[in-house]
Design a protein around this ligand. Structure first.
Ligand code: NAD
Length: 333
């Protein structure tokens, strides 16, 4: 990848107090860019606070605050959204829908202030339920998002926002980039706030079982649903490559290493060096039966695809979460 020349105008990372945004801001700083970070959370609650960046606590769903964030920047990375794992998005559909205000006001501000490129973080949740009803998941190619029937709430908002980006490109000439992330995991993200996804939740449960000597953890569902999980370094690499490419349509950014939830749990246990029994909660939300990423287009457009094995990504994620579990238990004691 040949990065753009480092210019005097900063780049903006929206949602930088969150998981992927915090990693992306670190990457952009390491590349030598001037970075402005914005997130609705107070700075003390950001997963990563980079002293080398300009860090702003702003509600980007408000037009004036979005305009203040975008003022004077060269590129916008929009990773700000009200979201979480299946437990969160299945019970906060309206809240997830309201993220449309963030993208709307950021696009308007980008159009008005002459932003060069605009990145939008979409999701594999845009793909229709009817293509994901088997655990032998058919890899999802970008064109399969239509005819549309995405995940209620969160998925519809992502699909609509993708289209709004495309229409701003068509009508106003804004250069847009749209990635569909597939289950991103890694350190410095939600692990116990109700928004955590399966890899982080399982790391937390295993770490607690290790500390307490308990021999069992709970799995949501029967453990047979299948997913692919993308390590955050791969996600950030893909975002940067996509931003530097000329590709303006939606692009999968996801691992194609398909595993069952039970295999994911087994890998977390192996990472922790324990063997545990699983108790299945069959009433918990579990999402579609199977989902995998078709990476033909990302290979052809970027000459690259996510490649960090799940075992290697968990080896970097589990210690961070186990450390958080330990600190939380010691603070509560
Ligand atoms: P995250 O929740 O850790 O980060 C999102 C951040 O957006 C949070 O820090 C939140 O405070 C911020 N935010 C929410 N509302 C805001 C507002 N009104 N103004 C400013 N900031 C606001 O989530 P993440 O996992 O880092 O996800 C980043 C992006 O990637 C999101 O758009 C998400 O939908 C998308 N995505 C993530 C995954 C994944 O597996 N993590 C998968 C698909 C898509």
């Amino acid at each position: 990848m040949t990065p753009s020349p480092v210019g005097p105008r900063p780049v903006l990372v929206c949602g930088a107090g969150g998981f992927i945004g915090g990693h992306l801001a670190a990457r952009l700083l390491a590349e030598g860019h001037r970075v402005r970070c914005a997130d609705v959370k107070p700075l003390r609650s950001w997963f990563q606070l980079h002293p080398g960046a300009e860090n702003l606590s702003l509600d980007l769903s408000h037009r004036e605050q979005a305009a203040a964030a975008v003022a004077g920047v060269r590129d916008v990375y929009n990773l700000a959204a009200d979201m979480g794992g299946i437990g969160y998005i299945s019970t906060h559909r309206a809240d997830c829908m309201l993220s449309v205000l963030i993208n709307t006001h950021l696009l308007l501000a980008a159009r008005e202030s002459g932003v060069r490129r605009y990145f939008y973080a979409s999701s594999a949740c845009v793909y229709p339920d009817y293509r994901q009803d088997r655990t032998e998941a058919q890899p999802l190619a970008e064109a399969m998002a239509y005819p549309a029937m995405p995940e209620d709430g969160y998925g519809w908002e992502k699909l609509f926002s993708e289209r709004m980006c495309a229409d701003f490109a068509a009508d106003y000439g804004l250069a847009v980039r749209v990635a569909r992330f597939h289950n991103v995991y890694g350190p410095h993200g939600s692990w116990d706030d109700g928004r955590e996804k399966a890899p982080a939740a399982l790391c937390r449960k295993v770490a607690r079982a290790v500390r307490s000597g308990g021999g069992e953890i709970e799995l949501w569902g029967d453990g047979r649903r299948t997913r692919s999980f993308t390590y955050v370094d791969d996600c950030v690499e893909g975002v940067r490559r996509l931003m530097e490419s000329g590709h303006d349509g939606p692009l999968n950014l996801g691992s194609s290493e398909l595993v069952t939830v039970r295999e994911l749990a087994d890998l977390v246990c192996a990472t922790a060096g324990v063997r545990l029994r699983y108790r299945h909660d069959l009433t918990a939300p579990t999402g579609v039966a199977g989902r995998n990423s078709d990476n033909a287009l990302v290979r052809s457009v970027l000459g690259w695809e996510p490649s960090v094995p799940l075992s290697a990504g968990l080896a970097a994620t589990y210690p961070w979460i186990a450390d958080r579990v330990g600190r939380a238990e010691e603070a509560a004691a």
